[in-house]
Write a protein that binds this ligand. Structure first.
Ligand code: HGY
Ligand code: MN
Ligand code: MN
Length: 407
């Protein structure tokens, strides 16, 4: 099984070299790099005896056997900008390895490589998994990127038909979803263990903010007569950090900020910013979002700057299936790996799937706790632990269909 774990890591690193941007790992929704990644991963699926297809949302799907799938293993192939090699990809590649190891007994297992989980291009994440559960709606298809191109147009440009999205939906025969994913945080390393099952995934709200004042001459416009949009945004951003520091378990991030016209001798007339707010309890998150939007209005009012916002995602916290999660934890223990539960601060496709199909997640230790960064890494023994646990879980899930394991 160690050789299999080595191949999983090697394949993740091979995929990391497929990018929309030279010398880094960046793959966004239905980009040229995503097409190349799908082609490569499809060969690995076929090598594992799977039939492959790409659905109308660009998800690459591999199924072992002719009948409908009853278990789905999945995660995402898209990445953030300048990403690491394992976020999302590990779950896809390890799922393929598990099916390969099962040999003929892998019947009825589908591996899905989701086309868009991060939401980089459209600020709207989970497009791939939403297509799979039938919630990729017309309003979302109309969302546009910074160049004014919509998601629907992007699907068409890729050569897919948004009209076929209903064929992307999971069969009713699917009884369980498992996502193996790096923890992306420091806890497993601090506790000295390889694995954890996930009890729940924190809810998240993503908002696009726009502060509109008045561009003007930086030299001739007295401070008292300015309507400085960036100054309003700056005051608000420090308030975002203060609010999150004051509420246990809450995280709030302004990851993007831009000023227009963005030149040094002009008072910024417009400032745009992102807001990402998360918490395990929805009421805490929603209260924080309300408060932060009110704070933005107040920072604007002081400067006669108007503030508008667009929620691009409202994702409630989601609990994983208790029975499957217990089975997964017992599978890990049977392989010699303690895997007591963690709550996930990161969002995952499992939170989209879970309301429709019983779902479980397995976290793998992230050395250094670093993720969404080129230094993201995994340990060989931890990948082997995850592969062994996944095999044991699949065996327990459906003894008849899955049968023995080829190490
Ligand atoms: O942002 C997240 O939580 C995940 O990495 N998409
Ligand atoms: Mn991510
Ligand atoms: Mn991820």
């Amino acid at each position: 099984m160690t050789e299999r774990a080595e191949r999983v890591i090697a394949r993740c690193r091979e995929l990391a070299r497929i990018s929309d941007v030279e010398r880094e790992t960046t793959r966004t929704f239905l980009s040229a790099a995503m097409r190349r990644a799908n082609v490569l991963v499809a060969t690995w699926m076929e090598d594992a005896g799977m039939k492959t297809r790409v659905d109308a949302a660009g998800n690459l799907r591999g199924v072992r056997g002719d009948g409908p799938a009853h278990v789905v293993l999945g995660s995402h192939l898209d990445t953030v900008v300048n990403a690491g090699a394992f976020d999302g990809v590990l779950g896809v590649v390890l799922g393929i390895e598990a099916v390969h190891a099962l040999g003929a007994q892998g019947l009825g297992i589908e591996v899905i490589a989701f086309s868009e989980e991060e939401g980089v291009r459209f600020d709207a994440p989970f497009l791939g998994s939403r297509a799979v559960v039938g919630t990729l709606d017309e309003a979302t298809l109309g969302l546009k990127d910074k160049a004014g191109v919509s998601i629907g147009e992007t699907i068409a440009e890729y050569g897919l038909q948004a009209g076929d999205l209903q064929h992307a939906q999971l069969d009713a025969s699917v009884k369980a979803y498992l996502e193996v994913h790096i923890e992306q945080g420091p806890v497993l390393e601090a506790e000295g263990r390889a694995l954890a099952v996930v009890s729940a995934i924190a809810g998240q709200t993503r908002v696009r903010m726009r502060f509109t004042g008045q561009a003007n001459h930086a030299g001739t416009t007295p401070m008292r007569l300015r309507r400085d949009a960036l100054a309003a945004a700056a005051e608000w951003i420090s308030g975002v950090e203060a609010w999150a520091n004051g509420h246990a378990g809450l995280v709030a991030t302004v990851g993007f900020i831009a000023a227009e016209p963005g030149v040094g001798n002009v008072v910024p007339g417009v400032a745009t910013a992102s807001l990402d707010v998360r918490h395990a309890r929805d009421e805490v998150r929603l209260t924080a979002v309300r408060g932060l939007l009110e704070a933005a209005d107040a920072a604007g009012e002081k400067r006669s700057v108007s503030v508008s916002h667009e929620r691009t995602m409202e994702q409630p916290a989601v609990a994983m299936d208790a029975g499957l999660t217990q089975m997964l934890e017992e599978s890990a223990a049977a392989c010699g790996y303690p895997a007591t539960p963690l709550v996930s601060g990161a969002g995952h496709d499992a939170m989209v799937i879970a309301p429709h199909v019983p779902s479980a997640m397995l976290f793998v230790r992230t050395p250094g706790g670093v993720s969404h960064h080129p230094d993201e890494n995994v340990k060989l023994e931890d990948v082997e632990a995850a592969l062994r646990t996944t095999m044991e879980f699949l065996r327990r899930l459906n003894p008849g269909a899955l049968g023995g394991v080829h190490a």
